[in-house]
Design a protein around this ligand. Sequence first.
Ligand SMILES: [Ca+2]
Ligand SMILES: [Ca+2]
Length: 94
Amino acid sequence: MYAGQITRQQHRAALRSTTKGAPLMADIEKARAAFDRFDADGDGQVTPEEFKHAMAEMGDPYVTGPVAEAVIKAKDTDSDGRMSFDEFWAALQD
Ligand SMILES: [Ca+2]
Ligand SMILES: [Ca+2]
């Protein structure tokens, strides 16, 4: 029965590592790469201006200033007018 206890613990540990809340490392790296593409000056915050430029470079010139602002505002949970990686990541989890 000692072995059974160990198995139960291992089982619980395995469950923990695959819970929905625990993102895969590859997902974070992918999100980080996407975020870095927006964050042109690399300060860890994406401004509406940076977002607009990035979208234009990716072939979408129709994202105007007000549109970019609305997109950033929708993800900007601490309302500082810019999107941090945490806010970007949270938006991806929806
Ligand atoms: Ca920036
Ligand atoms: Ca923010």
